[in-house]
Design a protein around this ligand. Structure first.
Ligand code: IPE
Ligand code: IPE
Ligand code: MG
Length: 263
């Protein structure tokens, strides 16, 4: 898309979202320590739809808008990496129609949001097993990656067909192969090495993990990476989660004392 249109797009969103108080809020938060990496378990789309007498997929559609708003909020704040848990390895157990709908969302997001993400200099990537995804979903992911490959701003990762246990087993298989073939000494495999064998190899560990919808569990999300993350839970359902609530989580994060086992 032509340059001025891109600029207008970003400028327009700035106008609609960055009111005076919003600007102040951002400014104040930026004075405190910001999490480098925020990871979110976006939960509650189905219940949001059900409470309105709508099909579950309507909740996923509404949830996509929240993805847009929270991506903008994280980017405006200057967060380095935002990871969104979008589809777990266990979510294949859902009805076929719902799975199909979810698999169509990356393509839709590409159509509606790619230009703004590019204009914001955001790099999009995916964490999870790509091979098992339908080809149109893989195609959308590939286009996202290609179009944003050279961007140097926030890294936006979608955890898609992601399961932490599967991720660790995959990493372990790779390591075992290298040890058996003599490429790697068993003793060289330490925590850092293992971390680099995960999908998140080039990301900092999440400083803050947010889960919406009132469920207080991890649901097979980044079990290794969350070892020392600050956890923040809210009863609000993902489609109702707002920019201001995101800022509230960051504000709360800034009041925590992270000790990593020390005093
Ligand atoms: C989160 O919302 C989105 C995905 C897991 C894909 P849910 O679909 O899990 O919504 P609830 O938890 O059933 O309300
Ligand atoms: C976790 O939510 C997965 C995603 C948000 C993609 P779920 O709704 O699948 O988790 P459970 O079943 O409540 O643990
Ligand atoms: Mg759920």
């Amino acid at each position: 898309m032509i340059h001025w249109l891109k600029k207008w797009l970003v400028g327009y969103h700035r106008e609609t979202e960055k009111t005076g108080t919003d600007r102040e809020r951002i400014h104040t938060l930026q004075k405190g320590p910001l999490p480098r990496h925020v990871a979110i378990i976006m939960d509650g789309n189905g219940r949001w739809a059900k409470s309105r007498g709508m099909p579950r997929v309507a909740g996923h559609r509404a949830g996509m808008k929240t993805v847009r708003h929270i991506t903008r909020a994280a980017d405006d704040l200057g967060i380095e990496a935002l990871t969104l848990y979008s589809f777990s390895t266990e979510n294949w157990k859902r009805p076929k129609e719902e799975v199909n709908y979810l698999m169509g969302l990356p393509g839709e997001f590409l159509r509606t949001d790619l230009d703004e993400l590019v204009a914001r200099n955001i790099r999009v990537r995916m964490l999870g097993e790509e091979d098992q995804l339908p080809s149109h979903t893989r195609d959308a992911i590939m286009k996202f990656k290609e179009a944003t490959r050279d961007n140097t701003g926030m890294i936006l990762s979608f955890a898609l067909n992601y399961g932490s246990r599967a991720e660790m087993i995959r990493a372990m298989h790779g390591i075992i192969d290298d040890v058996i073939s003599g490429k790697l000494e068993k003793e060289a495999v330490d925590e850092e090495y293992f971390g680099r064998a995960l999908y998140t190899a080039d990301l900092p560990e999440p400083d803050l993990m947010i889960r919406t919808s009132g469920e207080v569990r991890i649901s097979n999300f980044m079990l290794w990476q969350l070892a020392y993350s600050e956890l923040w839970f809210t009863d609000v359902l993902w489609p109702d989660f707002t920019r201001e609530m995101f800022f509230e989580a960051i504000d709360d994060f800034q009041r925590r004392s992270r000790r990593y086992g020390a005093v």
